[in-house]
Design a protein around this ligand. Structure first.
Ligand code: NI
Length: 131
């Protein structure tokens, strides 16, 4: 399916419109990559993607990406904190778990939709968590 767009896409608004958290909507495609938007709150389960890098660009809010990317110590964790406007790429195969303390809206680029159970999507994400 082609996602070539002929009109501008307001990314933050497209992300805000989503009905559920940690769900991706494709808004465009280019050069074999899907441009997707999502919103998040709380934590995604640890996961990795064997088939693609995962690029994050924060549109609104703050997103922390927990990573296990130390080849000498696979259990070692670090956290990358992304503010609005920050970009980060999780390399193919690297274990990661995005976290948002408050609602964050972001763009993701990659080859396919990754917001699945295998992609770390938590079961509660279809409805807002109880506050
Ligand atoms: Ni991921």
């Amino acid at each position: 399916m082609s996602h070539i767009v002929t009109q501008p896409v307001t990314l933050a608004a497209a992300a805000a419109d989503l009905d559920s958290y940690w769900s991706q909507r494709v808004v465009a495609s280019a050069n074999g990559s899907l441009v997707k938007v999502a919103k998040g709150i709380g934590e995604v389960n640890w996961h990795h993607h064997d088939d693609q890098d995962e690029l994050f660009l924060v549109l609104e809010g703050e997103l922390t990406v927990r990573l296990r990317d130390d080849e000498r110590d696979p259990a070692a964790e670090r956290a990358v904190r992304l503010a609005t406007g920050d970009l980060f790429v999780v390399p193919q195969g690297v274990e990661h778990a995005p976290v948002a303390r408050e609602e964050a809206r972001f763009m993701i680029m990659g080859r396919s939709i990754t917001s699945t159970a295998a992609g770390g999507k938590p079961a509660w994400s279809e409805v807002p968590p109880a506050s």
